[in-house]
Design a protein around this ligand. Structure first.
Ligand SMILES: *[C@@H]1O[C@H](CO)[C@@H](O)[C@H](O)[C@H]1NC(C)=O
Ligand SMILES: *[C@@H]1O[C@H](CO)[C@@H](O)[C@H](O)[C@H]1NC(C)=O
Ligand SMILES: *[C@@H]1O[C@H](CO)[C@@H](O)[C@H](O)[C@H]1NC(C)=O
Ligand SMILES: *[C@@H]1O[C@H](CO)[C@@H](O)[C@H](O)[C@H]1NC(C)=O
Length: 487
């Protein structure tokens, strides 16, 4: 199995030790459903088959005593397993871990055989060689792993790993028929146990690769140069018999320091309305609030508007009739608008919609020769409706402005008639601010998906204070060698 697959599987196949509720705070939950587990199991299985069929099998040497002829030395070499076919395979999450079994496994071995003998009676040494095919019947494989969360990562332990073969049939081409029986007798058991050991070794190695892959998963998923998503695993995986649930911290943290603390109540399990989806990722409202608080504190929510589609609005002449005093004091001067958020925006997720409120101060600056003179400040409360969608492996958002409330905070240019100014501000927001915000949040942030896996046919469910992404996944072999989250 490749590390990738292993990784996924690992993720899937947790042995959960009897659930110890340590109660660490988690704001993103990930549920891998039976369909998701089957998908990962198939990936692991294909990987294991490919590794097994490329694994060298040691040569077999023996000598047997044949009546009349004497000692015959027999050598089987160039042994290859091919056409490995798993009849039935299952992945079963249970209280003592995750079991993956393959039964009705059939495979073929081909090899070269060679024999030679010489004795004092026959002074000439005689030898012959040919090819041979061995069919393996009734092979079964079983892997059982335990998963628990330790120090923020998922630890995989292999509790059981074995391979059992019922019987083999050997066909020889060429050579002497008297030898057939001798070969069967001499090698049957040895071939069976060598193939069993080789396969067990490959499975064990792949599980151990998967385990170290899981331990190498980053604890922070970079979003941009300001923030990262804390993807530290908390609490032990939860196995239900048909699914595995993982909890991760899920909060946005600043590149340098972490300043916020959030509390959440006991969350309901991840719920997808379409039970056939492979994976469910539930994001608590706090994830979004932590993001907004972080970007607010990083002073990124600050804009100077010096260009508008309607540039006349950035000259006092454009405001002559709306704010006569402004034009009288600073005739025909250019202006800039200095917009800054006055509080972190809020987000409220309910089953019907995602509401957001943005609090901002808009300072009107007049550019008088080389001076920037603030002349008035208007407080804004912008209510918007958000929508989210999955783009690639990112959760992206879109904001639509719903309502705008304005009030005058201070003014050096007399009283402003808000009912005249409000439509202008609305227009500025619709044409400049909202598209700017949407350009940023439209990229979204990466969901915690392991590299190589892609969400497909994702569906989004909003419920009280959480957003759940339910999706199928596909896997791209090309990403196989690295073990990083996609972004
Ligand atoms: C932190 O920010 C720096 C640049 O300021 C960037 O190079 C680095 O990748 C960021 N780290 C994370 C984890 O986002
Ligand atoms: C990430 O979350 C874990 C678990 O809540 C916490 O222990 C850790 O300090 C967090 N990391 C950062 C950088 O905030
Ligand atoms: C915009 O306003 C902020 C604070 O409200 C201030 O720090 C900044 O200097 C202003 N920028 C301009 C160009 O007026
Ligand atoms: C305005 O700035 C320009 C260059 O920045 C300078 O040459 C000019 O003297 C300044 N004018 C005043 C009135 O300060």
């Amino acid at each position: 199995m490749s590390p990738l697959i292993t990784h996924l599987i690992l993720t899937l196949s947790l042995i959960i030790h009897p659930q110890l509720i340590t109660g660490e705070q988690s704001f993103i939950s990930i549920l891998i459903t039976q369909n998701g587990l089957d998908f990962v199991k198939n990936l692991l299985q294909n990987r294991a088959i490919s590794t097994i069929t490329h694994s060298p099998i040691p040569k077999f040497e023996s000598s047997v005593h044949i009546p009349v002829i004497g000692e015959v030395r027999i050598l089987l070499s160039d042994v290859n397993i091919h056409q490995l076919n798993v009849g039935v395979s299952k992945v079963i999450p249970g209280s003592d871990g995750v079991a993956i079994s393959g039964s009705d496994v059939a495979c073929d071995l081909d090899m070269r055989w060679h024999y030679s003998y010489g004795s004092s009676i026959f002074p000439i040494s005689i030898s012959d060689s040919g090819t041979s095919n061995i069919q393996v019947h009734g092979m079964e494989m079983m892997v059982r792993v335990g998963l628990d969360t330790r120090k923020g990562y998922v630890k995989l332990s292999t509790n059981e790993c074995n391979c059992h073969i019922d019987d083999i049939t050997i066909h020889l081409d060429g050579g002497a028929s008297w030898l057939y029986q001798a070969i069967l007798d001499a090698f049957k058991e040895e071939i069976v146990s060598t193939v069993e050991n080789t396969i067990t070794y490959v499975l064990r190695t792949e599980l151990s690769n998967l385990g170290s892959l899981l331990e190498r998963l980053p604890k922070l998923l970079p979003v941009d140069d300001v923030a990262s998503l804390n993807v530290t695993f908390v609490n032990n995986p939860l196995l239900t018999g048909t699914s595995i649930g993982f909890e991760i911290s899920g909060l946005f943290v600043e590149n340098k320091t972490d300043t916020h603390s959030f509390r959440n109540s006991l969350q309901p399990p991840v719920h997808c309305s379409d039970p056939s989806k492979m994976i469910g990722i539930a994001l608590d409202e706090a994830v979004f609030i932590s993001a907004l608080a972080l970007y607010y504190n990083a002073m990124f929510m600050h804009w100077i508007v010096d260009k508008l589609p309607e540039q006349s609005l950035l000259n006092t002449a454009g405001w002559r009739f709306i704010v006569p005093e402004l034009y009288r004091k600073y005739p025909n001067d250019n202006m800039i608008l200095n917009l800054s958020l006055s509080d972190p925006p809020t987000v409220q997720i309910s089953s019907q919609k995602i509401d957001s409120v943005i609090y901002a101060d808009l300072v009107i600056d007049v550019l008088d020769r080389n001076d920037t003179i603030p002349v008035a400040c208007i407080s804004l409360v912008i209510s918007g409706m958000g929508s989210v969608q999955v783009i690639g492996n990112n959760l992206a958002a879109h904001l639509k402005m719903d309502d705008l409330a304005t009030s005058l905070k201070w003014s050096n240019i007399g009283n402003l008639h808000m009912f005249l100014i409000q439509p202008v501000i609305w227009a500025i927001f619709e044409t400049v601010f909202v598209p700017y915000v949407n350009a940023r949040i439209g990229i979204g942030f990466p969901l915690p998906i392991i590299r190589g896996f892609m969400l497909r046919n994702a569906e989004i469910i909003t419920s009280n204070s959480r957003i759940t992404v339910c999706s199928d996944v596909t896997y791209d072999e090309a990403f196989d060698s690295t073990l990083v989250y996609t972004s």
